[in-house]
Design a protein around this ligand. Structure first.
Ligand code: ZN
Length: 164
């Protein structure tokens, strides 16, 4: 009986040390304003929850103070008892997440009005819009004007048809 209890105890400790996530760091990002949210869990209990802002999110929250974030998962990092770390990223990260929020702000403020910037930002989780935007921002120098025109065209079409 005593041996069985000891064996059970050993199994529980081994599971705890090797398989249970002690801490987990979850990172989310809002594709609209580009703010990030970091949640730290300790044995699944929330330890902290904070929002990390940047130059574009500062611009966005001034332009639309009542904006409600759309949190998309970016990564999840688990820390186990003996210090082993298991990182898992999102299966299909949004392309917008590879764009520097500072570049986004600089580019949009240079080329678009406030209303247009809000329209673009609100559509950047859709694959068609994020592609057009990505190439307008980071595309080849020789195609820069063409890519910007594509984005202007997209803005024009979506401004006329806000329900789209
Ligand atoms: Zn947001």
């Amino acid at each position: 009986m005593e041996r069985a209890l000891i064996a059970l105890g050993v199994i529980i400790v081994v599971c705890f040390v090797f398989f249970i996530d002690m801490e987990r760091l979850l990172v989310f990002e809002c594709p609209v304003c580009r703010a990030r949210r970091q949640q730290l869990l300790w044995l699944k209990l929330p330890l902290s929850d904070k929002i990390i802002t940047n130059s574009f999110s500062a611009w966005y929250s001034a332009a639309e103070p009542n904006h409600s974030h759309r949190w998309f998962p970016r990564s999840s990092t688990a820390y186990r008892a003996l210090g082993s770390i298991k990182i898992s990223g999102q299966l299909r990260p949004l392309k917008i997440f590879s764009i520097d929020p500072n570049d986004e702000r600089r580019f949009l403020e240079k080329n678009f009005t406030r209303t247009q910037i809000k329209l673009i930002a609100n559509n950047l989780q859709s694959p068609s819009a994020e592609n057009i935007f990505y190439w307008a921002l980071y595309g080849d120098e020789t195609n820069a004007q063409h890519n910007l025109d594509e984005l202007r065209l997209w803005v024009g079409q979506n401004q006329r048809d806000p329900g789209h």
